[in-house]
Design a protein around this ligand. Structure first.
Ligand code: IMP
Length: 432
C-alpha cells in the first residue's frame, strides 16, 4: 500500500536494524537504498545475532523479499560471503528472495586501494572512512566511469570493463600515490566468477517495486548511515558519499514521490559518531565509558563494520530538529533508553552559544558546528529503580525516564511512537 522509510537521524548506528526487524513483520519488500558494506545492521533474535552489511536486515522475516537498490555500491565478494553466512544461520537467501538493481554500482579492489591511498594522503585531515571503497565508487559513478551490476549479464563485457577500470586506477596508484599496482588479470578473473553467481539476482527493481506498490503491497525502505552523514545535508566534508536521508529512498530505489507513507526517524537516546568530524556534545571519561559499554556485548558502542570504539555524547536536540526538517519525519523511535539507567543527571543540548547569543537552529546547516552547546539538565533514574529492560508499557518506565522522553518529543516537535529498551526483538514499548 505504501512506501515507509526508516531513516537515521544522527551519524548512523542509531539501532535502525532492530526497528526495521520490527516493522518488516508487516512489509512485503524490505529495501536498502544507499551506501554499501560500510553499513552494519545488528539484529538480535533469541540467541542469534545477525550482523548485516549489504543484505537488508528485514530479510530475517521469511515472508519478505530483500531489495538492493540502484543507490547502493555493492562489493560482490562481501555480498556473496554475507549470503553464505546468512544462509548458515538458517535464513534462506535465494535469487527469489533477494533482488539486486541492475543500476547499482560494483565495488572492485581498485576502489578499496584508492580509499586507503586517499585517506593516507589526507594525513590529519582524514575523514576516518570505513576503507570499504565507498567514496571512490560514488566518485566514479558521478564521473560516469563506474561499473554497474547490469554489465555482469555479459561476462565478456564485464571482464573487459573490470580490466579497464583496474588499469586506469593503477595509473593513479602508481603515479599519484606511489603505491603498488593491482593485478588486473587476476581481479578480472575473480570478478567474472562473482558475476556468474550474482547474475540471477539482477533485475530492474524500480519496476518490480512500483508494480508491488500499485497492487497494494508494502515496501519498507531501510536507510543506512544517518542524516548527519548525508553527502548533501550532513557535516560535510565529514560525511559518507551517498544520501541516507529519506529522499534518498526515492532516488535510490527508483520510486515516485507519491508512494511515501510514514517516514520513521530512528534516534538513539544519546549521540554517537565513528570517524572524524565535529561533535558538539561529545563526552569523555566515566560517563563516556558507561554510554559506550566495554565491547563485550554485540550492541556496545563499537563499530559493526570496523570494530572502532564509537565517540559518544549527550543527545543533541538542535541536530534532531534539523533531521526532522530535512527528512520530513512523521514519527520517531528512541533506541537504547536502557543504557542511560544509573546516570544521576542527563543532559540534552537545546541550543548553541556563539558571540554571546544562543542559537536554536543551524543557519547554514550542520557544516560548521564549532559551538559551545547549551544544555538542559534532567534528573536520571537509578539503575534498579525499575526493570527498564523488562518493561513493555509506558507506565512501567520510571517517572524520570518518561520526563526525558517527553522532553525529546517536545524539542523535536514530532511524536515518539516506539522506545527500545534492550537488544531483543520484543524489548520495545509502543506508545498509543
Ligand atoms: P565511508 O562511508 O566509508 O566513506 O566513511 C565516511 C564517514 O562515514 C566516516 O566517518 C565513517 O565512519 C562514517 N560511516 C560510514 N558508514 C557508517 C555507518 O554505517 N555507521 C556509522 N558511521 C558510518
Amino acid at each position: 500500500m505504501a512506501l515507509n522509510i526508516i531513516v537515521g537521524t544522527q551519524w548512523g548506528d542509531e539501532g535502525k536494524g532492530r526497528v526495521v526487524d520490527l516493522l518488516a513483520a508487516e512489509a512485503d519488500y524490505v529495501a536498502r537504498y544507499n551506501g554499501g558494506d560500510n553499513a552494519g545492521h545488528t539484529v538480535t533474535v533469541g540467541d542469534q545475532t545477525f550482523k548485516l552489511h549489504l543484505i537488508p536486515s528485514g530479510v530475517i522475516h521469511p515472508h519478505t523479499i530483500g531489495i538492493i537498490g540502484n543507490g547502493l555500491v555493492v562489493n560482490p565478494k562481501v555480498l556473496l560471503e554475507e549470503i553464505e553466512i546468512t544462509r548458515a544461520s538458517g535464513v534462506e537467501i535465494t535469487p527469489e528472495r533477494l533482488r539486486i538493481s541492475h543500476a547499482a554500482h560494483v565495488i572492485t579492489p581498485a576502489y578499496l586501494a584508492l580509499d586507503k591511498a586517499r585517506e593516507q594522503s589526507r594525513g590529519d585531515e582524514k575523514i576516518g572512512t570505513t576503507l570499504r571503497g565507498i567514496g571512490p565508487a560514488y566518485n566514479h559513478k558521478a564521473a560516469r566511469s563506474g561499473l554497474r551490476m547490469e554489465t555482469m549479464l555479459s561476462l565478456e563485457d564485464f571482464a573487459e570493463a573490470v580490466a579497464a577500470q583496474i588499469e586506469g586506477v593503477n595509473e593513479v596508484l602508481i603515479n599519484l600515490y606511489e603505491t603498488e599496482p593491482l593485478d588486473t588479470l587476476e581481479i578480472a578473473k575473480e570478478y567474472v566468477g562473482y558475476a556468474q553467481e550474482l547474475a540471477p539476482y539482477i533485475e530492474n527493481v524500480s519496476s518490480l517495486l512500483t508494480e508491488a506498490l500499485r497492487s497494494g503491497e508494502n515496501v519498507l525502505a531501510e536507510g543506512a548511515q544517518g542524516t548527519l552523514l548525508d553527502i548533501d545535508h550532513g557535516t560535510y566534508p565529514y560525511v559518507t558519499s551517498s544520501n541516507p536521508t529519506a529522499a534518498g529512498a526515492l532516488v535510490g530505489l527508483g520510486l515516485g514521490v507519491g508512494h511515501v507513507g510514514r517516514v520513521i526517524g530512528v534516534t538513539k537516546a544519546f549521540q554517537t559518531r565513528v570517524g572524524e568530524g565535529p561533535f558538539p556534545t561529545e563526552v569523555f571519561g566515566e560517563t563516556a565509558q558507561q554510554l559506550r559499554g566495554t565491547g563485550d556485548k554485540p550492541w556496545d558502542e563499537f563499530g559493526t563494520t570496523t570494530g572502532r570504539p564509537r565517540r559518544v555524547g549527550w543527545l543533541d536536540a538542535v541536530l534532531l530538529r534539523y533531521a526532522v526538517q530535512i527528512n520530513g519525519i512523521t514519527e520517531l523511535t528512541i533506541t537504547k533508553l536502557d543504557v542511560l539507567s544509573g546516570l544521576d543527571t542527563l543532559y540534552i543540548c537545546t541550543g548553541y552559544q556563539a558571540d554571546g547569543e544562543t542559537h536554536h537552529d543551524l543557519p547554514l546547516g550542520p557544516t560548521d558546528l564549532d559551538y559551545e552547546p547549551e544544555y538542559e539538565e534532567l534528573p536520571g533514574w537509578e539503575a534498579d529503580e525499575a526493570d527498564i529492560m523488562g518493561t513493555r508499557k509506558w507506565g512501567g518506565l520510571p517517572q524520570a525516564a518518561q520526563a526525558y522522553i517527553q522532553r525529546i518529543e517536545e524539542l523535536a516537535g514530532t511524536p515518539i511512537r516506539l522506545i527500545s529498551v534492550g537488544p531483543e526483538r520484543e524489548q520495545v514499548i509502543e506508545i498509543e
